[in-house]
Design a binder for this molecule. Structure first.
Ligand code: KIV
Ligand code: ZN
Length: 386
């Protein structure tokens, strides 16, 4: 089985569905260019039928962004699919992503359709999409709450109709890793022509398990993951791309899987998406949060200054973070203060350093974080008193 994992980025579609987020065309283009630099395989640029603005944004991305497949979302009906096809016409490689819900709860209450009708609509949607592009993805919305046998029959039918990717969303973020892994395995085993398509997953984060569920799916044969930068998206968001990619990379010996993500662009992409969407990144967010590589306690700082890997499992520079990771506060020790003073160009005698250290500790009891400006005041004061 291939070791290659396809990274399908849906920051501009599912990510833009985050409450309060709305990106204009220029902003979407800027993010899409950065996603291409980051090396994602597929950029889902939007939902062209949703609004004239969304149509124009998908079209602008398709016309201008090269080096990645550009994808547009469409419900399983003619109007949506034709609109998506029109928006994607200028793409180097365009993908139509068509979907319909397959869980009883969605079919009964939302679609008011029975299983036969849903299966027929899915097959028709894939066939129609094939008139515009060879790259067609089919998603069974709310797949995780759908019956496995029904899912297998619908996937078998859409693959026969020409779908090249079948996507298995946990639309409401209900799964837990072990059961999601088993679920993916059961679908792969129950779909006879599965080898003709790439198996994809799309995990929402309602229980905080989006990345864990995606990893469990990969262990069980999925080879595309749908994710977003900073994990943004509907409600609690989607699986976070930077967490997924760095988990695969850092634990390569365990997973033995590869992506083509250019890791040094991760931090820059995260900042760009946060700035343009206005969605603030929580400080303790893995990989890209302000504290992700920050060390405050003296013991940790001493360890990291002696050998980085004592308390760091990833090198922050690898993902494009170059700022200082030692936070000076009340838990910091002599080693960290000495290193920072050296970086700032101060050479103190042992006696002066001891006095400066005492003043630093006293200040740190009153102030949460000691800045370089605070240190300058302390040290220059000490030097004057010589
Ligand atoms: O969460 C979901 O089911 C979706 C589909 C449209 C793929 O976003
Ligand atoms: Zn979704």
């Amino acid at each position: 089985m291939s070791k290659r994992v396809v990274i399908f980025d849906t920051t501009l579609r599912d990510g833009e569905q985050s409450p309060g987020v709305s990106l204009n065309i220029q902003e979407k283009l800027e993010i899409a260019h950065q996603l291409a630099r980051l090396g994602v395989d597929v950029i889902e640029a939007g939902f062209p039928i949703a609004s004239p603005g969304d149509f124009e944004a998908v079209k602008a991305v398709a016309d201008n962004v090269k080096g990645a497949t550009i994808c547009g979302l469409a419900r399983a009906n003619r109007k949506d699919i034709e609109r998506a096809a029109e928006a994607l016409r200028g793409a180097e490689q365009g993908r139509i992503h068509t979907f319909i819900a397959t869980s009883d709860i969605h079919m009964q209450h939302k679609l008011r359709m029975n299983r036969e009708q849903v299966l027929e609509a899915a097959v028709e949607a894939v066939k129609l999409s094939k008139n515009f592009t060879s790259d067609v993805e089919f998603s069974a919305e709310d797949a995780f709450r759908s019956e496995v046998d029904f899912l297998c029959s619908i996937f078998t039918a859409v693959i026969s109709a020409g779908a090249k990717t079948i996507n298995i969303p946990d639309t409401v973020g209900y799964a837990t890793p072990q059961e999601f892994g088993r679920f993916i395995k059961a679908i792969i085993e129950g779909t006879p022509n599965i080898n003709e398509a790439v198996v994809s997953v799309h995990c929402h984060n309602d229980l905080g398990l989006g990345v864990a569920n995606s990893l469990a799916a990969l262990e069980n044969g999925a080879r595309q993951v749908e994710c977003t930068i900073n994990g943004i998206g509907e409600r609690a968001g989607n699986a976070s791309m930077e967490e997924l990619v760095m988990a695969l990379y850092t634990r390569q010996a365990f997973y033995d899987l590869e992506t083509k993500i250019n890791k040094s662009e991760i931090y820059r992409t995260s900042r760009l998406v946060s700035n343009l969407t206005g969605m603030v990144i929580q400080p303790n967010k893995a990989i890209v949060g302000k504290n992700a590589f920050a060390h405050e306690s003296g013991i940790h700082q001493d360890g990291v200054l002696k050998e980085r890997t004592t308390y760091e499992i990833m090198n922050p520079q690898m993902i494009g973070i170059f700022q200082n990771n030692i936070v000076l506060g009340k838990h910091s020790g002599r080693h960290a203060l000495k290193e920072r003073l050296k970086e700032l160009g101060y050479e103190l005698t042992d006696e002066n350093f001891q006095k400066a250290f005492e003043r630093f500790k006293a200040l740190a009891d009153r102030k949460r974080e000691i800045s370089d400006e605070d240190l300058a005041v302390i040290v220059e004061d000490e030097m004057r008193s010589i």
